[in-house]
Design a protein around this ligand. Structure first.
Ligand SMILES: [Zn+2]
Length: 370
């Protein structure tokens, strides 16, 4: 597989067909015609090419018993792509294998080392026993140049200007909040089609992924969405990783507010919330004020809460939404919906896989067929 970025690719019938099949997971030809608005003869011709290239497969539907022959379903061939997914958290690294149809198989965890080179050494040894990996994709808790796979800055570890290279493999690297946003957009049609949605990740830091007009907005130097470094307390002398004082992140990150890092943070916060502990209610109050700033400045339709604030009791998100709606500008408040992240902690793994499908698999297939 060659590295061809989606941004350099012209959209065509093949990308439309592949995306439609991917989003449906399994679809009959007649419905593919309806959804893509392409002619049946175009669908027949393109599908034949994609089957010949082993990118899509025809499967027998599971329902039997109807009279007559059932039409075959079209699905993405899971083996058309194999990705090693690497989600780097400040405490630990989650590894998984991703397939072309969006399936993920979890591998091991390991402790996040101080040096980035140690992660590459670990990956090198994993590639020794994992066969057929096409791409290694990284979720990074910091700023990343996605065009050159360069980590620009990770505040929690101090990593700066690291170009990721793995001999013989295609590399993809992106900021974790962007990947969280991509996972949601791929999974939910209403989010994908929204004019603006924001994914908020709160772990050791506070980051956002911005979905604007059907794509991630990264900014010209890849630092858009760093709301964690907006000034939230004019009188604070607390120094942030970024060098400034009074940053939102230094007040509202889970470690700043709840204390020492733990791999069980979300469980801990959930228990506090359910027991009515006043710290969580104080936290919700501050968090809602921070999110009101985002809601008032971007007017999002969906505000998706992830990171260590994933998988909590549903009342947490309801309470947060109520606080936000009570404080935001009237028209922004009417539009915004607060949602928990879909895949809880695995959001970044799914986001990395979906980004690779979008950025490399689809453009690569089109290039090959051309
Ligand atoms: Zn800062």
């Amino acid at each position: 597989m060659k590295k061809i970025l989606h941004s350099t690719m012209k959209e065509n019938n093949y990308s439309l067909i592949l995306r439609t099949i991917f989003h449906n997971r399994s679809i009959e030809r007649v419905n593919l015609v309806k959804e893509t608005l392409l002619s049946p003869s175009t669908i027949t011709r393109c599908v034949a090419q994609l089957v010949d290239n082993d990118v899509i497969i025809e499967t027998t539907p599971s329902q039997y018993g109807k009279i007559g022959r059932r039409a075959l379903n079209l699905e993405i061939n899971p083996n058309a792509l194999k990705v090693l997914l690497v989600d780097i958290g400040a405490q630990r690294i989650n590894y998984a294998i991703g397939k072309a149809n969006g399936d993920i198989e979890k591998l091991e965890y390991s402790k996040t080392p101080k040096k980035f080179e140690n992660i590459l050494e670990e990956i090198h040894s994993m590639l020794g026993y994992l066969d057929g990996i096409d791409v290694v994709a990284f979720s990074v808790p910091g700023m990343v140049n996605v065009e050159t796979d360069t980590i620009l800055f990770v505040p929690s570890t101090g990593w700066r200007d690291i170009k990721i290279e793995i001999p013989g493999k295609i590399v993809y690297a992106d900021n974790e909040a962007n990947l969280g946003m991509i996972a949601e957009a791929f999974h939910h049609e209403e989010i994908r089609k929204s004019q603006c949605s924001v994914f908020v990740t709160v772990r050791e830091g506070f980051g956002t992924g911005l979905w604007i007009n059907g794509e991630i907005f990264r900014g010209p130097s890849y630092t858009a969405g760093e709301f964690g470094h907006t000034t939230f307390d004019l009188h604070s002398s607390k120094k942030c990783h970024c060098g400034n004082t009074g940053c939102l992140e230094s007040i509202i990150s889970i470690s700043s507010f709840f204390g020492k890092p733990s791999s069980e943070w979300s469980k801990y916060i959930n228990e506090l919330f359910i027991s009515g502990d006043k710290r969580v209610h104080e936290y919700l109050d501050i968090l809602s004020r921070a999110l009101v700033n985002i809601v008032n400045s971007l007017n999002p339709e969906y505000l998706i809460v992830g990171g260590e604030l994933s998988g909590l009791d549903n009342r947490f998100y309801k309470e947060l939404e109520k606080l936000i709606k009570g404080r935001a500008l009237e028209h922004s408040a009417e539009t915004v919906k607060v949602l928990p992240s879909t895949f809880t902690r695995d959001n970044y793994l799914y986001g990395a896989l979906y980004a690779v499908i979008e950025e490399y698999l689809i453009p690569g297939v089109i290039e090959k067929i051309k």
